[in-house]
Design a protein around this ligand. Structure first.
Ligand SMILES: [Zn+2]
Length: 500
């Protein structure tokens, strides 16, 4: 058996130290939880001018100084510096070295970025407020790994900008965690526990939350004031859903103390007496005073009921980090058409490629030309038109032949180019063919992702390996692949192709 780290505060007096050593020894004998003195250290606080050699004679352990580590977190008596967070960065980069990013598919790198690189800092971020620089550095490492693996990140490799990648899948992004917002969501746990578990020993000390955290917390919660003993008068959003400090910010500025409870502030109008008039009352203060006073006039405390808090964003009314994170994206535009890609049954690399197509971020000739990079302007499949993603997948003579063959094989007229409605871009076209009526949508979703992927592979084989397949050749390759997908679990696709 062993216990986790423990901190004991003790007065720097010889007698106290020897007593502590004795207590630890006896405790070890009774419980078998013996203190390992080799792993124990003493960190003096304000012990200048004392003879520590004498004082610590009865407790022979290593002497250290701040910053030190406690439960894996940096612990210090001063403000944490950027260097204190450095181990976190090193941990992330040490992982990257072993992954050999260049041998992984892009979809594989998305997965590792999301599941490992983004979750490494969770523990630390939920306890401490990391400097923006550190989050930026972590972002840089994540971005580099995502787009370039272990190679140098260049403009060509970084296909979609970081903001877009960080958006949720329902908003058209890749769903990679935005660390800054996620850290904020994690910090709100402090404010939540402050409310629901006032018995915790740390309650009443400073939390790592800043004012924006407080504002988000106020927006995400509903407070029903009972006896007013738990709710903070100025900082809680209890007054018609608002925080009095937001209703009358100027007044709040010249108020001392600022941490009274509602009960204490309302008693004999203490909140009015707290306003330091000597600091200069202007018309704006008077105006805000009457506004606040008007709102407070009808407040009635109920001595028989405790103050209650409810988290607005979950059914249970309890805080969750996930809901707090999502709340910060509420205003983002939804992209249900793009989101369907991720819901389809297809290998991740095919879905990732289809997503890139919808973002118009595939390196076809038109885009290479715009950047001034080497390219062959004509489409490698038909050699008669210039190459764009839309041409390659939709308009190309070669591709249309493949689509026609597949349409008759599956007996799905929706896949036949003659039946396609005119569309302006690949997303619109893809939405049209996969959501037309009377089609087995899930099967068509999978099959269309397979076709798009195979057309792209054929295009690359022609450009980079000088290998060429005829349209019927590509058609039979797609048929074989579809059978393999069906074997691997694509049930809807299986029922579509079993007709043969
Ligand atoms: Zn073509």
């Amino acid at each position: 058996m062993y216990a986790r780290d423990a901190v004991i505060f003790v007065k720097p007096a010889g007698r106290d130290i020897s007593n502590l050593a004795l207590i630890l020894k006896n405790f070890g004998e009774v419980t078998s939880l013996t203190t390992n003195l080799l792993k124990t250290s003493v960190t003096p606080i304000s012990c200048e001018g004392m003879n520590l050699d004498d004082i610590l004679a009865g407790f022979p352990v290593v002497r250290t100084s701040f910053p030190t580590k406690y439960l894996g977190l940096p612990l210090t008596v001063r403000r944490l510096r950027k260097s204190d967070f450095q181990p976190l960065l090193e941990k992330a980069t040490s992982k990257l070295a072993g992954w050999h990013g260049r041998h992984l598919t892009q979809a594989g790198r998305v997965c590792l970025t999301k599941s490992v690189l983004s979750s490494l800092p969770v523990y630390l971020l939920s306890v401490l407020k990391a400097p923006k620089d550190i989050l930026d550095e972590l972002d840089k490492a994540r971005k580099k790994f995502l787009w370039a693996g272990d190679m140098t990140l260049t403009g060509r490799k970084c296909k979609v900008n970081w903001t877009k990648s960080g958006m949720a899948k329902e908003n058209g992004g890749l769903g990679i965690l935005n660390l800054e917002r996620f850290a904020r969501a994690l910090r709100l746990r402090w404010l939540w526990h402050e409310w629901v578990s006032p018995e915790k020993t740390w309650v009443g000390t400073k939390t790592p939350c800043d004012d924006t955290d407080g504002l988000l917390f106020a927006v995400c919660t509903t407070i029903s004031v009972g006896d007013g003993n738990r709710t903070s008068f100025w900082h809680s959003g209890w007054l018609q859903g608002c925080r009095p400090k937001d209703i009358a910010p100027n007044l709040f500025k010249i108020t001392r103390p600022k941490n009274r409870t509602v009960a204490a502030a309302l008693q004999r109008h203490t909140w009015i007496r707290d306003i330091r008039r000597a600091e200069g009352l202007a018309l704006v203060h008077v105006h805000k005073f009457f506004r606040l006073w008007g709102m407070l006039r009808n407040v009635q405390l109920n001595q028989n009921q405790e103050d209650q808090i409810k988290w607005k964003l979950t059914k249970t009314g309890e805080y969750t980090a996930a809901s707090a994170y999502k709340a910060q994206f509420i205003g983002n535009v939804k992209a249900p058409k793009v989101q369907r890609i991720w819901r389809a049954w297809a290998p991740p690399k095919c879905k990732f490629f289809a997503w890139l197509v919808t973002q118009n971020r595939v390196w076809t000739s038109d885009r290479l030309q715009r950047r001034g990079w080497p390219h062959n302007p004509s489409c490698p499949l038909c050699r008669s038109a210039s190459e764009t993603a839309f041409h390659l997948l939709v308009e190309c003579r070669f591709t249309r032949r493949v689509w026609s063959l597949l349409a008759s094989w599956t007996a799905q007229p929706a896949l036949c180019p003659q039946q396609w409605r005119p569309s302006e871009d690949t997303l619109q076209w893809w939405t049209n063919i996969t959501s037309s009526e009377h089609v087995p949508r899930k099967a068509i979703l999978s099959l269309s992702l397979l076709i798009i992927w195979e057309i792209w592979c054929e295009r690359n084989a022609r450009i980079f390996r000088k290998q060429e397949k005829s349209a019927p050749g590509l058609f039979s390759k797609i048929k074989n692949e579809a059978a393999a997908w069906a074997l691997a679990g694509a049930k809807h696709l299986e029922s579509l192709i079993r007709r043969e």
